[in-house]
Write a protein that binds this ligand. Structure first.
Ligand code: CA
Length: 228
């Protein structure tokens, strides 16, 4: 399970330690030492998860958590708060602000990794390594293989990520902008019609087995992956 993790932490020693541990675990870590720096990074690309320190210079972590949750584009990003506080009431404030989980410093690298994995699994199943299967269509993120009733099919890297996202977020309607954010990871430099091009390619690959009908066009809105 490799995820793009944005670490927002102002204490250099702690930032270094966490970044080291996460990199060792195979994650890609982006570092910010303030909310302002984090906002610039999130503007250009959405991370898979944000580790957010509570006490930061300028805008506090808790205020940033509320901002992230109040914004349509960022409200789904998995979020773990880091803090030295261990008060039960502070914990509740953190969770109320929209954090998915809460870790009190000091914590072990093992605990941090276990919690990251749990939150990703809950909030962003496409960022975990679990294989997914719908009606004989199976996608394995570890081997990067897609099979239809056991027969392999070849997908391009973007179609693979698109299918993975669809299969782990079935039955929901996704706008082109949401798909660009979630699958391309950057909504700024890619045109919306790019989504249509890759949907067309993905459907073409799934056509022989009839699985192309799982990808539905929702007029005026976007696309939905549906097994029903
Ligand atoms: Ca701090």
């Amino acid at each position: 399970m490799a995820a793009n993790i944005l670490l927002v932490e102002d204490e250099p020693a702690i930032q270094e330690l966490i970044a080291f541990n996460l990199t060792q675990a195979g994650h890609h870590v982006m570092r910010a030492d303030s909310v302002e720096a984090a906002q610039n990074m999130v503007r250009s690309a959405l991370p898979d998860l944000i580790l957010l320190d509570w006490m930061l210079p300028g805008i506090s972590g808790i205020d940033y958590a509320r901002k992230l949750r109040g914004d349509e584009r960022t409200k789904q990003i998995p979020l773990i708060m880091l803090t030295a506080r261990s008060d039960e009431s502070d914990k509740i404030v953190g969770l109320d602000a929209g954090a998915d989980d809460y870790i009190t410093k000091p914590f072990s690298p093992r605990e941090l990794q276990a919690r990251i994995k749990a939150v990703l699994r809950r909030r962003a199943p496409e960022a975990t390594d679990d294989p997914v299967e719908v009606k004989g269509l199976r996608l394995d993120p570890v081997t990067h293989r897609v099979t239809v009733h056991g027969n392999p099919i070849e997908l391009g890297p973007t179609e693979f990520r698109l299918l993975h996202f669809f299969m782990t977020h079935a039955e929901r309607v996704h706008s082109r902008t949401q798909l660009l954010d979630q699958v391309w990871g950057d909504h700024v430099f890619v045109e919306e019609r790019t989504v249509d091009v890759h949907i067309r390619r993905l459907r073409a690959e799934l056509e022989t087995s009839g699985h192309d009908s799982l990808i539905q066009t929702v007029r005026g809105t976007g696309y939905r992956f549906s097994a029903s």
